[in-house]
Design a protein. Structure first.
Length: 755
């Protein structure tokens, strides 16, 4: 399909072998990957494998053949082989594979070095200039921005491969080709890696204006730092694509915007003049984004139109700007955007410890000093959890209290503190510009995307707001797509170049180009397991046969992992399952939810499972899940989790969305007003899962619902007293009493099925 993406790692280094041959070759690996004798040893191996190597898949054959030829020193032959491979792929569209182009250049340089007796440095530089100068700005961008694995990682991979072979005296063809590919990646990278920065910069200088750093005045006399990259062709003013972000040290896409024919601008959260804090997250972004937009349209290179884009935090800032209604803001493209007070720093009404980690690092004047020290942060969480202290004391446990983290904790409801940051209710009706929202079934922050999309359509029935969702995580827009996401192998149709799609959507807004076919309706979603995209006019229209499944207390027949029955008819209303959860037991401090989307066991941490009968036919589940719980509990509040899985006929569980949906019962009806439970009384609680999923369920599969109490070291602990949850702790003896719940058979989930 049009957006299927070639990976940004060289194709010749990724293609697996599909044959098994009995032939073995004598082989003794060098002692070290960096051994000066290693190239000769590997050359000898490649020369012996070349005459007997076979492969039925032509593309795989050519890719692996070129690797063998390069390591064997047959550079002219390798250049011809890679030309044949390029010819076969000439009609493929999508993002160019920058790594493959670099390896094409490498092969040409080695051939020229051997034929003309020139230095490799000279030959590579000439081949690079000859090749890249002929590419469009977009094509050149993917070459000059490509970086393979770091050299130390490549060296480590080769060393491990050598060490695994050390006890043997022979190697099979399959293993030999794999080793040759690993060694080529290391040896080639050693040769061209030092040369790329200067050559990339030389090509950029020819195509773009030098990156400008400007100070944009804001309303109160402060200044906002902005970086600008523009195409050198200044024959006419251009529309501008703007990212407004808090991350000063992260890579930007300004040059990529310029490569697509826009003025690319990246602006940064204003820095505080005094005090220990570098920035104030969320607080002034709307006003400051408007100031930057107003500054942009006053520049001679601007045509007066600005589009904003971003992911996560920078997906929030376009909405903050939209609240200000700047006339020049003409389009928004946001991926997994933050909606402050909705999905960050709390999600489902529950504060996440990651919010403290994030607040500390983005506001710390010293920068991101230990952001990636996961062991340190995990230890902090576990120490706080074991201590039983209140949530207000989390950052005091770390001896690094943070003003903004505490400010947020004093606003557990979606109150005026949060409402003033982005459009609220009727203000969405005034946002009359095109919006593209993207997200993933496996994105933890999808609740923000869902909030913006639903509120925009709720208050503006004619809103030009388009949603695209598939089997992606929150970072899918920021990197090259992978065919595997956390252990789940995507359908080929789902391997989409989301950034290129975003540019094509911007082109349809600003340049009169055709709207991308993948965005055919308001809701566009990939059906996992069906390998196809579907399009619907609304979230409700994703399914046509919503079906109610009851959480019955009866055991499954035959019993499946001790699960209870997920039934299509209600059981006796008086029947229930009793669940108790000890709040004082912190022996589970080391527990973490599984990382993989596909697993052999259910994560039944403080949870119960309900399992359906096997499906008689394949059926599609697409849309949002809702339900109603019928229960009694000895608490005035409760934090719950709901997860949904497909139990495959072959065994194993596939999460239909991930992470599980965690929510606070007292905010299930209204995120703005807390409504406590009635302790000891039977009651019913309606809820809606803030996730979307789509999956073609196999015949013979079973649906599995996991319902649990949310008590983990990673999030706020709700003791259920009815007080401010951030102030509760185990120091109050009443809080240490176990949670005691009766789940009645009248509980159900409404699942969005499509026949």
């Amino acid at each position: 399909m049009k957006y299927a993406r070639l990976l940004c790692v060289p194709a010749l280094l990724l293609l697996p072998l599909s044959w098994a041959a009995a032939q073995e070759f004598d082989f003794q690996p060098p002692a070290l990957a960096s051994d000066p004798k290693a190239p000769a040893v590997m050359r000898d191996l490649a020369e012996r494998v070349l005459p007997v190597y076979q492969e039925n898949d032509t593309d795989r054959y050519l890719a692996n053949l070129s690797a063998l030829q390069l390591v064997a020193g047959s550079y002219a032959a390798a250049t011809a082989t890679r030309q044949s491979l390029r010819d076969r792929r000439r009609n493929e569209s999508g993002r160019p594979d920058g790594g493959s182009v670099v390896y094409d250049i490498y092969a040409q340089a080695r051939a020229e070095e051997a034929a003309a007796k020139v230095s490799f440095r000279q030959a590579f530089a000439q081949a690079f200039r000859d090749t890249v100068s002929k590419l469009s700005d977009q094509g050149a961008y993917f070459v000059t921005s490509w970086r393979g694995q770091p050299l130390p990682a490549l060296q480590r991979d080769v060393q491990l491969a050598f060490d695994r072979r050390r006890a043997r005296n022979s190697i099979s063809i399959a293993d030999a080709v794999e080793l040759v590919r690993l060694f080529l990646a290391y040896e080639a990278s050693r040769s061209f890696e030092p040369l790329l920065p200067a050559l990339d910069a030389e090509d950029d200088q020819r195509r773009y204006t030098p990156q400008e750093r400007v100070l944009v005045p804001s309303g109160d006399g402060s200044h906002i730092v902005a970086l600008i990259v523009r195409p050198r062709d200044e024959s006419k003013p251009l529309p501008t694509l703007l990212e407004f972000t808090i991350y000063v040290n992260s890579p930007t896409f300004a040059k990529e915007c310029a490569a697509h024919g826009y003025a690319g601008v990246v602006a940064y959260t204003r820095e505080l003049r005094e005090g220990p804090y570098r920035v104030a997250p969320y607080e002034t972004e709307g006003e400051d984004a408007r100031a930057v937009i107003d500054w942009i349209v006053a520049q001679p290179w601007s045509d007066g139109r600005v589009g904003m884009y971003g992911s996560g935090y920078s997906g929030f800032t376009p909405w903050a700007a939209a609240r200000q209604l700047p006339p020049a803001l003409k389009a928004i493209a946001a991926s997994s955007p933050n909606a402050p007070g909705v999905n960050y720093p709390l999600r489902g009404g529950i504060y996440r410890n990651s919010a403290y980690r994030w607040a500390y690092n983005v506001t710390n004047r010293k920068g991101w000093d230990d952001t990636y020290n996961d062991a340190r942060w995990r230890a902090l969480e576990e120490n706080w959890y074991r201590s039983g202290k209140s949530y207000f004391e989390l950052d005091h446990t770390d001896e690094r209290p943070n003003r903004y983290f505490h400010r947020w904790m004093h606003h557990p409801s979606y109150d005026g503190f949060w409402q003033k940051l982005i459009p609220y209710r009727e203000q969405f009706a005034q946002v009359d510009i095109p919006v593209l929202t993207t997200g993933g079934y496996f994105g933890g922050d999808f609740a923000g995307a869902l909030y913006y999309f639903t509120e925009h359509h709720r208050y503006n029935s004619a809103a030009d707001d388009t949603l695209l969702i598939g089997p992606y995580d929150d970072g899918a827009m920021e990197r090259a797509p992978s065919p595997v996401v956390r252990g789940y192998e995507l359908d080929p149709a789902a391997v989409v170049d989301l950034r290129e799609l975003r540019f094509e959507w911007f082109d349809s807004v600003f340049k009169g180009a055709a709207r991308p076919a993948l965005l055919a309706d308001r809701v566009n979603f990939e059906v996992m397991g069906a390998n196809e995209w579907r399009h619907a006019g609304s979230l409700d229209a994703m399914a046509d046969a919503p079906t109610r499944f009851y959480l019955d207390a009866a055991a499954t027949e035959p019993a499946t992992d001790g699960g209870h029955l997920l039934a299509t008819a209600p059981g006796p209303s008086a029947r229930y399952i009793r669940q108790t959860v000890s709040l004082s037991d912190r022996s589970d401090a080391g527990w973490m939810p599984p990382f993989s989307i596909v697993g052999q066991e259910l994560p039944l941490h403080d949870a119960l499972s309900y399992v359906s009968e096997p499906l008689s036919d394949a059926i599609e589940l697409s849309g949002t899940v809702s339900g109603r719980l019928d229960f009694t509990v000895n608490r005035q509040d409760l934090d719950l989790t709901v997860a949904l899985y497909e139990l495959l006929p072959s065994g194993g569980y596939l999460a239909l969305f991930d992470p599980s949906f965690a929510f606070r019962a007292s905010y299930a009806r209204d995120r703005s007003h807390r409504q406590l439970l009635r302790a000891g009384e039977r009651q019913r609680l309606a809820f809606s899962v803030e996730r979307i999923t789509s999956r073609r369920l196999q015949a013979g599969s079973r649906l599995v619902v996991v319902l649990g109490v949310n008590k983990t070291p990673e999030q706020q602990v709700n003791y259920g007293s009815g007080d401010d949850v951030s102030a509760e702790s185990l120091e109050d003896d009443d809080n240490a009493e176990p949670i005691d719940i009766r789940w009645y058979a009248g509980s159900y989930l409404d699942l969005p099925l499509r026949k």
